[in-house]
Design a protein around this ligand. Sequence first.
Ligand SMILES: [Zn+2]
Length: 473
Amino acid sequence: MYKNSYIHQDNFNKNIPFDYRKYEDKTVKKSGAKIPLDTNKKSVRTPSQKDTKITHAFRSQLYEMRRVSGGFKITDKDYERGYTSVSCCGRVPVNDNGDTTPINVVTGKETGNIYYNGLMKCGSVWRCPVCNYKITQQRKKEIYYLTSEFMRKSEFNRISFITLTMRHKSTYPLKYTLDTLLEEFRKFQRTSVYKRLEREHNIKGFIKSLEITVSKRNGWHPHLHLLVFHQSDNIELLHREIKQKWAKRKKINALQKNQICKEVYNKAGVTDYVTKWTISDELTKGSFKLPKLNKNEKGITPFQILSQLTLGKNSIKEETELKGYLGQYFQYTHGKHLIHISKKLLKDLKNSNIDTTIKSDKEILEDETPEKILFKIDKPVWYEVAKYNYMAQILNNYESKGVDFVLDKLKSNFPTLELKYNKQLKLIYSPIKNKENEKIRKLENRNKDIINAIIHDIGNSYYDITRTLEIRQ
Ligand SMILES: [Zn+2]
């Protein structure tokens, strides 16, 4: 359902500058204005507003995955604080120093999406499915824009899609395979062979994404996907040489047939690649039904594992195994780039007058300007909502049937709060909690107490990964 929503055909005229930002403009969509047809009638997938609209099931699933992920203490910092930044993401208010301002549910000015205003965001692209989704959605648009513009600039421009792997065994720890892969790729770029290829095929640079899968039979399988921008007049030769030279490297020791190089002829090919690393696709595959880990030689992604864990249908043995994989993954991806655009490429694109403005992760995660406050949730009520992970349901309920429905559902799920709605203030509040809150307010360290209370319940389910699964080499 979600997956199909962005597969639609569009064409664009080469004479009109293409700008995805205009493409998202609601007024353009409403008036039915279309970019003129291109004569070669290639089918093109373009990111559109539909692309960023999420279904209720998908939202619930993402939030649930974030909850499970937030339970993994991995870094020293996690241990020091006693909680993870992922567990605060989308639950703890940004201003929480005794501040009693309610949490607002708002619509965004640009996208029209509804969201909670002013909650912490963790920005952990490897650990948090919600932040990952937001960041990769934006990257997808940026890459789409850069590739499209590059292809339009010159008839000699080419883009190749290249997958580089390395030999892996079930006994290799992730740290080893991951470090080796990244280090070897850095070294490969400094070799005289690569420098020659750069000259001979006029390689402009690349966009690289790191993907990691795991299977019981073959262990960890980190690999690189590259979009290489070039002007080769002998693409087969370029591909053959890259495959040979990469696979031959001692530490890589990979089979040549597993190195995939293909020319991306049209934009459909580009977006095929681009969507590959978005979890939207991973999640929609087979409606979250995942293959059993041991039967699947191809391997599954850590987010698929996370999704499997949210189902809570695993045996204790399976659960331990899955959490063990996730723990390693969270630990060793820390600080690594998910998507990286080479400096050389950015410089070249800029020289060709292509707008290379790339948003930082932080900029992407910033709340967009609210257009309208739909309703507010009083802080004491919010803490209960956050504690029981009811965040997704509220947004879903509002989208389905409005604020009355939100209130009904909250009342039936939190009967002890005796919730009320003040129409004038647009505020959902609890008279009982307000009284309790008065008492708490008098306590010192109120802020700390409340944060602890919120994360306490998931704190109990923390999986102590670094202490049970020390991997030393
Ligand atoms: Zn997050």
